[in-house]
Design a protein. Structure first.
Length: 424
């Protein structure tokens, strides 16, 4: 069963890579959103080493095909390729560390290596088609809108609607008959909050003002229902971004932005006594567990500057130190898994990749704020170190945010010209 699913994923990926490169990325993200790891583990009965998921093969197979059979196409965008190569070198170092430390190589494949391949394929799709980024963004907006609707439905009915048996088997905290926080098909409310919050800036790529007005509140309300505090702040900042780029007077945009933050601050600080807002209280149990984990890290960070033992090692440290929570931050987890130096190299690699290089380089509107929003959301929970869509969505957003050189036929295109509604 596992082999047949993986082989089918490889066949589909090679077919789509040839015919519609951007559709491959859409399928990759869509399967992560609508068919999470818990569902695969339950329905396909995954056992090691088959925790490398089919959606990971969707992007790894085309990359391997390019490496072995189309090497000349590795540098289609000669200015961007060296920076991608620098990031890939850091990822390979991380893989070697994971292999040497006998750590979670399956987790590394699904959350780091596969997403890196997706980033590369996103860039290739954009080099072939100037509207590829917009097509991918519109599909992400559609997927997130469906998730928001699913979250609203779960909240309205006060019951989980998706993958109840699968999630109950996968997660100790999940009880199918006891409804807590809605999260649609993403398998966790924090992941759902991240997805919706990061999608809001992508609405800037829509040419229709009506579409922005209708979709933004839907996504924001979805984030509110997931009761994820940081994601709500990021989502509100996304709304401010949309206001900032809208065609309106500066005074109107300024007062609207101030109003958004004032209402948000009031919600967080004054309404925690109500059940739906109780999680926004600033001194709840989850905050205390985070503080405990953070205190330990900042007392021992100097011991973890050098190379770690690979992906997932931070969980072993938390267990050894008898912490009641994992290190609720992707940045802390990566620095413990791979060492602070390697983590800083990874961050520096992203910074170099995302720097714009000249007037003839363009990025799709909303992609960079969306990437930064997703990264900001990961700082306060165990995100990239679990089997979820966090790693894939961050790397794909990075691929969308990279400024790509326009071709001679499109040399006059600017970022504003790329705000349109292309065919899907």
């Amino acid at each position: 069963m596992v082999w047949s699913v993986n082989l089918a994923a490889i066949f589909i990926s090679l077919l789509l890579y040839r015919r519609s490169a951007h559709s491959l990325i859409v399928l990759y993200i869509g399967t992560w959103i609508f068919f999470p790891f818990s569902a695969y583990s339950y329905y396909v009965s995954l056992t090691p080493p088959f925790h490398v998921l089919p959606q990971t093969w969707l992007v790894l197979a085309p990359l391997l095909f390019i490496i072995f059979f189309e090497k000349k196409r590795l540098d289609d965008n000669k200015k961007t390729s060296p920076r991608v190569a620098q990031l890939v070198c850091v990822v390979l170092i991380m893989m070697i560390i994971t292999l040497a430390g006998n750590s979670r190589i399956d987790l590394f494949f699904n959350q780091i290596l596969g997403p890196t391949a997706a980033l590369f394929l996103t860039l290739r799709a954009r080099c072939k088609d100037v509207t590829a980024a917009l097509k991918i963004q519109i599909w992400i907006i559609l997927f997130s809108s469906l998730q928001a609707i699913a979250i609203i439905a779960e909240s309205t009915l006060s019951r989980f609607l998706f993958y109840r048996s699968a999630n109950e088997q996968q997660f100790e905290w999940y009880v199918s008959n006891i409804f807590d926080r809605p999260f649609g098909t993403t398998a966790h409310p924090l992941v759902a909050g991240l997805l919706l919050a990061a999608t809001i800036p992508l609405l800037g790529s829509l040419s229709s003002t009506l579409a922005r007005i209708l979709t933004a509140p839907l996504l924001l309300y979805g984030v509110l229902l997931t009761e994820t505090r940081v994601s709500l702040l990021i989502a509100a900042a996304g709304i401010v971004y949309l206001v900032a780029i809208a065609k309106a007077s500066f005074t109107s945009r300024l007062f609207f932005s101030i109003g958004i933050f004032a209402v948000l601050f009031w919600i967080i600080t004054n309404i925690s006594q109500f059940s739906v807002f109780s999680r926004y209280g600033l001194s709840d149990r989850s905050s205390q567990l985070r503080d405990q984990a953070y205190d330990w890290y900042f007392s021992h960070w100097a011991e973890h500057i050098s190379i770690g033992k690979g992906m997932g090692y931070s969980y072993e440290i938390a267990k050894q130190e008898s912490l009641r929570s994992s290190f609720e931050s992707s940045l802390i987890q990566l620095s413990l898994d791979f060492g602070l130096i390697v983590t800083l190299m990874l961050i520096f690699g992203f910074v170099l990749l995302l720097l714009r290089r000249g007037r003839d380089y363009v990025r799709s509107r909303g992609a960079l704020p969306a990437f930064l929003a997703a990264v900001a959301c990961t700082v306060t929970f165990s995100s990239i170190n679990v089997q979820s869509l966090v790693g894939p969505i961050i790397f794909v957003l990075a691929g969308l945010a990279v400024a790509v050189k326009t071709t001679s036929k499109t040399s006059s295109i600017t970022e504003d010209d790329l705000v349109l509604s292309p065919k899907l």
